[in-house]
Structure formats: structure tokens, C-alpha cells
Write a new protein. Structure first.
Lengths: 183, 308, 425
């Protein structure tokens, strides 16, 4: 199966503006940064979490704790896939109990990843509450999950894929829609 | 990195360097799980792991049990005393019965070399070798290597000496395969009749004596001396062994300052190793136990994903 | 009944013949070997592009009957033999009961008369019950039809007993065959003492356990001025000792099994119990020495050491599995693949090793295609390829070391005493 690029929906500047806006919204909705902590979902959510934290630090001059969550071991499709997906480390070096956790991911789609992440997070402690921030919400939810902070809502077809490219991983900053088809 | 493809883990002899590295990196991720308040992930929820132990073992069996439970698998342990093994059921029949129970993984410990290999050939479910005769004990070697890698950051170029009853040691064989595949320089040191013939063909050097083995070594893996083993040949006397091969403070003073001292346990204090060293700053013996859980979680996780 | 084999390459070293010609068989005997024989109304076999040679004489076969009919019987074993081109074989005496007296030999003789599809020669034991303690009555065994004696599976530890046995066997015209193994030196070994035992974590069977015993037995034969035959040579030192003894004039002959020159200890690494036999598969240099020994004459014969075992006895933990592999149905093809196609031997030499030499060693009138001799003939497609498959064996047991291997050489017809006893379908 091959994919070809259908449209670019965000460029570098648009992405930066969206992340900055999300940072502002987080501070506003939580009335400051008291007890706030940010947890990114591997792989790209982790980098986005760092960026959100950096903007919050720009605004509030305080660095909020940032953690990385690997949700592989909580996936609900482990028995269905042919080979085990590679496991990476979870790095949450702070106690999440009674914290206001902002969970960060790049794309919100079926909601299954977020379900896994919630399961994983509560194994680490009992946060005061968990909010969800995503760069792109592409719809097609399969679970009753919604985001609290959204960079951009992008209506998509099922056969399309949304790809977030980040400089840390992809040496490139953009969000594109890919569609199935011949190369 | 390449994905894991093997149904079983029966030894390190047939693994590639990449496969060994995949297990090590997976174990790194799993180590964190054991540091949590809730030491459990649902990765193997609904899977059944059967520990089939034909030889008494506490450490390895418990380690596998803990690893499987931390992955949310159900664990059943069959020990020889309580099974139909004594009634003469063959290993293959036992294996097929376990398969018929719809178990997913058999962890087998057996006194015959090659038993795990044979069992793996005859069942469709995964088989993990928890030690077969004098042949291999892959998870022990993997946790030794993992521990070394934690200390030095890499295995390539390390000088590792294995001291003790090499001839009858599955730990030694698995360590030799694993370490040499990863680029370590391995020496073995033992009383002459406990050095198996043609061992050099496995890519190791035979040290002249214990001081030669320790000199320049980055690590020494001290094997348990099983004096209860009686092969009819002249086995060394305990005190004589300690005098000639025991790892003592005096001997380590001549070695590298940061030499890592490993032991697969259980310890024979004052026979192969002095208490001062076993409990001293160079010893990583308890870290090995901790790392054993991570390695076994990684192996269980990887083979569980290869159902055909 | 007449039978005409036309246009085959007739390889008959006894008569120094290696040429394309015809063979006419009548009344169970070879009546004529010449060009352009015609025979009206004869059954005719077209042997164009085929090798026509005397049937194999396999001097080391365990037929297991009486006692272990679940492993093999005289009937199944000889049918397997025919498929492999073996027309005469020496049945090893380690049966239950062991062939250690005239009565047991008589019992065996009766079964042979009723069931055997090929010539089965009787071999007695050296000691009673093969226990190594009390010599059998060699004269009586000879009278009962035994052509040889051996305690195969065990060596006779007591030198005095072996010396007496050598002398008596010599007097009675029986061949004494030695299984050379010092059990004190092979100490419960499972595989070759060397890289195999070291890698696999198994007890090793040393080379010394074989060759020191070979040296001892040859020295005793020399002292007794008697003939001795060394069974299943497995290591290079043994080949050297035999070569030296032959040069000195000792009346020694020797055989090697196909697995010992076709396979090495590396084949055992996967704990395949079909690679477990005694003596064990040895190092590459040992296999090479056996080939060289076959070429230069140190080793006289190829014998299968056909040793059937049931699945229950083989499909278990390596250490608990029985020693031994079957070989009747593969020995010719393995020999062609490993000796002819690699240039070690030419066809007349191979026919010597498989037929003529063992017949001479046993003192039987076989292994030749001379006129008037008994018509035990095989017709072979020498380069036809086939893959050894477990479920294609005729033998009751399937413990072959060659399963999965591609071999060359297929027996098309096996003729025993003038009758087509086997024909490839």
C-alpha cells in the first residue's frame, strides 16, 4: 500500500502558533500552573510535550515537570499484531498523585491510544485530573474520548492518514494529509 | 531495528547479535516497570505461562514467575515432585498436554542437555529455556550481559573472565555465546579437568591461572562450584579450590580497580568467592537478580508475540 | 527361468570387468556375460545408462529378530535391504536371546528360512549373553551355520578370553569381528569428545576409547596369528593403526559405515537423536581419514551398521535416546554421492568395498558376476536424484541420519539368485 500527499494542513509557523495557543489555554483553564505536569505519549507526543512546557516556561518563568509515556504494553491489539511492537522506556520521574496532568499527543483519531495512556497513567498514581492536548483532531472516534486543547480540527476520510512531522524526528516541521493510492 | 521472529528462546548459540541487542533494549524498557508503585502492566493479560521445572530451582523459577506476573500473565508452576513426570510421562507428552491446556509459553528447566530444543521442536507454543543440563541458560547470560552493559555502556571490547566449573556450566556456555557475539573478549579459568576440550573453538582464551584471568579484566563471572556433583574423576577439594581459584580481596587488589564481580547464585561463600568480595563494592550480584526480572519480562513479551 | 540384462555398464572387479555388455541369468546362476546376447522369450531388463553390479554384501546389520520385532524383523529388514541393493547381509547377534549357542542359531535359521527376502548370514556372539565373561562354544556355533562371531555393542574386555576366541575362531574358519570400545574411557559419553561435546554440554566419547582398543585387539590377533575384523571405524588414529598392522602382515580387515565418512559431529549440534550413534560422528579430519583409508585400502568394506530403533526410543531427550541409525536403504546412494561423485573411488573400487571385499572377508561365494556364480545382481541408476523421506522407508524404523538429504543413485532392480526380488515402482 502506498500513500501520496494530498494536502499540507499546517506549516512550521502554524504549528508553533497552535502550540503556543495551547500553552496559553492550559494556563488559563487551570488558573495558573500550580501542580501542573505535562506527559507526552511516545513518540511525537513526547516532543510536543517538551514544546508546550517550554512555552509555559516562557510565559510563567517556571518549568513544569515533563514526563514520557510509552503505551505499548497497554495496547489492546497486542494479540492481534504479528510481532510484538518494540517497547520503549516510560520516563516519569515525578509523583503524579494529586497533580493536574496534561496528556499530550500529536494526532487524536480512534481514541484507543489515549485509552491506553489513561490506563498506564493511573498505574503511576492518582492524579487530581487529566486533560488532553493534541495538535490535530482528525475525527473518527471509536471510544468516548475528547480533547481539551486542540491545535487544529481536520475533517478526514478513513482511508486518509494524518502525519505530523517534527524536526526532532523527521528533520521537518509540517502536518500533511496522505491518501492511499498509487505512488 | 529488526522485529523478533523466534517462537522460542532455547539458547544464545543461534541468536544473531541484533536479536541479542533487541532483547537487551527491550529489557531496558521493562526495568522501569519494576520501579513503579504498581509493578504491573497488562501486556500479557490473558496469556498463560507454565513453568515446567524438572530440576530444583528457586531463583530462576521465582524470577520467571515475578516477570510473568508483572506482565499480567497467569503463571502455573509444575515441579517434578508434584507432576506425572515420576509416572514416566515423556517430556514431549507433558509438553503436548500443556499445549492442550491452551497455555501460551512453557518455561522449561531440565537436567538433560538439549531438552528445551527438543521440546520446542514438538510443540507449537513458545518454549523458553530456563537451563538444560550443561548446555545453555540463555536468560542468565542475558541478565549478566545486561548488568555489564549497564556498568560499561557497551559490551564491545570488554574483557570478561569466567571462572569455575566451565565443563558442567550452562551459564558459562550461554555467556560465551552471548559475549563473543557482542564483541567481548572472553577468558575462561578453571582446574584443568573442568576446562572442556576444544573450548577455544568457541572463541575464548584459556587463562593460565586466576591472576592471569583477573589481570586487565573488566569483569569476572564467578560460577558456582557444585561439589555435590560426582563424576568419578578427581574433583578438586573445596579448600584447595578456594586457595587456587577463589575470588578474594588479595587477588582483586591486583586487578583493575573497577572490575565488576558477578555470580549467578546461589553463593558458596568461602569456596568460590569470599564474603568480603561478594558483599563488596565491586559486586553486582544483587543487581543481577533485579535485572533478571527485566530480561525475563522482555523474553516473555517477545516470544508471546510470535504465535504462528 | 531366464533373465537377460541388456546394455548395462557391468562393473565386476572380481573378473576385472568394467564395460557395457549383457548378462544372461538362468536357474539362479549367471550363465553368460558378453555382448549382444539374445534370448527369445526371456524376461529382458534394459539397463542402458545403468550400472549393473553384484548385490551389496552388508556385513553389519541389526535385524533385531528375535526379541525386538517392534524395531525390525528378518522380513522387514531384508525387504529394506533389497530396496537398498543389499542381497546378502550378516545379522548381528545382539538379539534376545543373543545368538550365543547352537540352539539360538537354529532358532534364527528357522526364521530366516521362512521370512528372509535376501541372503541372511548368521553371526554368533563371542561370549555368552555378550556379557564378556564366558566364551561360547565356537565350534558348535560354526556347525549351526554361523560364519562369524562378535559381541558387537560391547568390546571383550578380558584379553585372555579374546585371545582364546581368536584362536578358536581361526581354527573353525569363523571371522571374529571386534566392536572396539574401552567403556572405561568412553564413560557414558553421548557424542564425539571435542567441539561437539563442548558446545552441546554432553559427555564426550574419546577417540582413545576406540583406537587404544583397536590396537590391543590387533596385537592379540597378531599374537594368536588369527584373522580379525574391526567394525565401524570412526576415527583417524584407527585408520592409521590398521594401515600399519596391514603393512606388518597382520591378518586384519576393517569396515566403515557411510555416516562416518558422510557426516561430521557438526550434524549433532541441533540435538537430533538421529545423529546419535556409537561410535559417534567425529571431526572432519576423521571423516577425511576414513575416505582416504577406503581409497588406499586400509579400510576394506563399507557396512551400514543398520540399527533400527522405534520412535519412542529416539524421540526423547538426547541423553536418553538409544544409539544407532538405520542404513540399509541409503548406504549405496550415500556411497555414490560421497565417494564416486567426489572422486574418492571409481566404480570398480566402490563395488569392491560394497560387495566383493565383504564377501571375501566373510568367505562367501558372493560379490562377483562370473559365469556359474549365484546371480545376486543389482541394476542402478547412478545419478538419479532423490530426497530421503522419513515415511518412505521400508524398514520398520525410521531413525535415519540422512532424512532430508538429497542423494544420487537409485536401485532399479534387485535380483536375488536369479529372481527379481525388488523393482523400483
Amino acid at each position: 500500500m502506498t500513500f501520496r500527499e494530498k494536502a499540507k494542513i499546517m506549516d512550521k509557523e502554524a504549528m508553533e502558533r497552535a502550540i503556543k495557543r495551547i500553552a496559553h489555554e492550559i494556563i488559563e483553564r487551570n488558573k495558573g500552573i500550580q501542580d501542573l505536569a505535562i506527559v507526552g505519549i511516545r513518540n511525537r507526543g513526547a516532543y510536543l510535550a517538551e514544546r508546550v512546557a517550554a512555552f509555559i516556561e516562557d510565559i510563567e518563568s517556571i518549568k513544569v515537570p515533563v514526563g514520557i509515556l510509552d503505551i505499548t504494553l497497554y495496547r489492546d491489539d497486542l494479540t492481534a499484531v504479528a510481532e510484538q511492537p518494540q517497547v520503549h522506556k516510560t520516563e516519569i520521574s515525578f509523583d503524579i498523585t494529586d497533580k493536574k496532568i496534561i496528556l499530550v499527543d500529536d494526532v487524536l483519531y480512534t481514541g484507543r491510544t489515549i485509552r491506553c495512556a489513561l490506563d498506564a497513567l493511573v498505574d503511576f498514581g492518582r492524579p487530581k485530573y487529566i486533560q488532553l492536548a493534541v495538535l490535530v483532531d482528525r475525527g473518527h472516534r471509536e471510544l468516548p474520548i475528547r480533547a481539551d486543547y486542540i491545535g487544529k480540527n481536520v475533517p478526514t476520510a478513513l482511508k486518509e492518514t494524518v502525519q505530523v512531522l517534527l524536526r526532532e524526528v523527521d528533520k521537518k516541521e509540517e502536518v500533511v494529509i496522505l491518501e492511499q493510492g498509487d505512488a | 531495528m529488526k522485529k523478533w521472529q523466534r517462537k522460542d528462546l532455547v539458547g544464545l548459540e543461534n541468536l544473531t547479535r541484533e536479536e541479542i541487542e533487541l532483547i537487551l533494549s527491550t529489557a531496558e524498557s521493562f526495568k522501569e516497570v519494576s520501579t513503579r508503585e504498581i509493578k504491573k502492566v497488562p501486556a500479557l493479560r490473558g496469556k498463560t505461562v507454565v513453568n515446567l521445572f524438572y530440576e530444583p530451582s528457586t531463583r530462576t523459577r521465582v524470577s520467571f514467575e515475578v516477570a510473568a506476573k508483572r506482565l499480567s500473565a497467569d503463571v502455573i508452576t509444575i515441579a517434578t515432585e508434584t507432576s506425572s513426570v515420576k509416572k514416566g510421562e515423556t517430556l514431549i507428552d507433558t509438553g503436548r498436554n500443556i499445549q492442550a491446556l491452551k497455555a501460551d509459553i512453557i518455561v522449561v528447566r531440565h537436567n538433560c542437555s538439549g531438552a528445551a530444543t527438543m521440546l520446542a521442536r514438538h510443540v507449537d507454543i513458545s518454549v523458553i529455556n530456563a537451563g538444560d543440563g550443561w548446555h545453555e541458560h540463555p536468560t542468565q547470560a542475558l541478565l549478566d550481559i545486561f548488568t555489564l552493559k549497564e556498568k560499561y555502556g557497551k559490551i564491545e571490547g570488554l574483557k570478561v573472565s569466567i571462572v569455575g566449573d566451565i565443563a558442567h556450566s550452562r551459564v558459562a556456555r550461554s555467556n560465551i555465546w552471548g559475549l563473543t557475539k557482542l564483541g567481548a573478549k572472553v577468558s575462561v579459568c578453571a582446574p584443568k579437568m573442568l576446562v572442556p576440550v576444544a573450548i577455544e573453538q568457541m572463541g575464548v582464551r584459556i587463562a593460565n591461572d586466576i591472576d592471569d584471568a583477573l589481570k586487565d579484566a573488566n569483569a569476572v563471572n564467578v560460577l558456582r562450584m557444585q561439589f555435590e556433583r560426582d563424576e568419578g574423576t578427581a574433583f578438586p577439594q573445596q579448600m584447595e579450590y578456594f586457595k587456587n581459584f577463589g575470588i578474594t580481596r588479595e587477588r582483586l587488589e591486583k586487578a583493575k580497580k573497577d572490575i565488576v564481580v558477578m555470580h549467578p547464585g546461589p553463593l558458596n561463600r568461602g569456596i568460590e568467592i569470599s564474603s568480603a568480595i561478594a558483599d563488596g563494592a565491586n559486586s553486582v550480584i544483587l543487581e543481577q537478580v533485579t535485572n533478571g526480572i527485566a530480561i525475563r519480562m522482555a523474553v516473555l513479551y517477545l516470544v508471546a508475540g510470535t504465535k504462528n | 527361468m531366464k533373465l537377460l540384462i541388456k546394455n548395462g555398464r557391468v562393473v565386476d572387479p572380481a573378473n576385472k570387468r568394467d564395460e557395457i555388455c549383457d548378462i544372461l541369468v538362468s536357474d539362479g546362476k549367471i550363465s553368460k556375460v558378453a555382448n549382444n546376447i539374445s534370448c527369445q522369450g526371456c524376461r529382458t531388463i534394459d539397463a542402458t545408462d545403468k550400472i549393473v553390479m553384484p548385490g551389496l554384501v552388508d556385513m553389519h546389520v541389526h535385524l533385531r529378530e528375535p526379541g525386538r520385532e517392534d524395531q525390525e524383523t528378518i522380513a522387514s529388514g531384508t525387504q529394506a535391504a533389497l530396496k537398498g541393493g543389499v542381497t546378502s547381509l550378516l545379522a548381528m547377534p545382539n538379539t534376545t536371546p543373543a545368538i550365543d549357542c547352537a540352539k539360538h542359531a537354529g532358532l534364527l535359521k528357522k526364521i530366516i528360512r521362512n521370512d528372509a527376502a535376501a541372503n541372511v548370514l548368521i553371526c554368533g556372539t563371542i561370549t555368552q549373553g555378550r556379557a564378556g565373561r564366558k566364551l561360547v562354544d565356537i565350534t558348535q556355533l560354526g556347525k549351526a551355520g554361523a560364519v562369524a562371531i562378535t559381541d558387537d555393542g560391547a568390546s571383550v574386555d578380558d584379553q585372555r578370553i579374546l585371545l582364546t576366541a581368536l584362536k578358536q575362531a581361526g581354527k573353525g574358519g569363523l571371522l571374529l569381528i571386534c566392536h572396539c570400545e574401552d567403556k572405561g574411557l568412553s564413560v557414558n559419553g553421548e557424542v564425539n569428545l571435542g567441539i561437539a561435546s563442548t558446545r552441546m554440554g554432553l559427555r564426550g566419547i574419546s577417540q582413545e576409547s576406540e583406537y587404544l582398543r583397536v590396537q590391543r585387539d590387533i596385537d592379540l590377533a597378531n599374537k594368536a596369528n588369527a584373522r580379525i575384523h574391526i567394525a565401524h571405524v570412526s576415527c583417524k588414529e584407527t585408520v592409521e593403526i590398521i594401515a600399519k598392522a596391514k603393512k606388518k602382515g597382520v591378518k586384519v580387515s576393517a569396515e566403515a559405515a557411510p555416516h562416518h565418512f558422510a557426516l561430521t559431529e557438526e550434524a549433532v549440534y541441533g540435538f537430533d537423536t538421529n545423529m546419535k550413534m556409537n561410535p559417534p560422528l567425529r571431526a572432519r579430519e576423521d571423516a577425511e581419514a576414513i575416505k582416504k583409508g577406503l581409497k588406499d585400502g586400509a579400510i576394506d568394506a563399507i557396512a551400514s551398521d543398520h540399527a533400527p530403533h522405534t520412535e519412542n526410543e529416539k524421540d526423547i531427550e538426547f541423553e536418553r535416546a538409544n544409539f544407532g541409525v538405520i542404513g540399509l536403504e541409503t548406504e549405496l546412494a550415500v556411497s555414490i554421492s560421497e565417494l564416486i561423485n567426489t572422486g574418492v573411488l571409481d566404480w570398480p573400487q566402490l563395488v569392491c568395498k560394497l560387495s566383493l571385499s565383504p564377501a571375501r572377508i566373510l568367505g562367501i561365494d558372493k560379490g562377483t558376476l562370473g559365469p556359474g556364480r549365484s546371480a545376486d545382481i543389482i541394476v542402478v541408476s547412478p545419478q538419479k536424484q532423490w530426497v530421503v523421506e522419513k515415511d518412505k522407508f521400508i524398514s520398520k524404523s525410521q531413525n535415519s541420519a540422512f532424512i532430508g538429504r538429497t542423494l544420487r543413485g537409485v536401485v532399479e532392480y534387485t535380483i536375488v539368485e536369479g529372481k527379481v526380488a525388488y523393482q523400483l515402482k
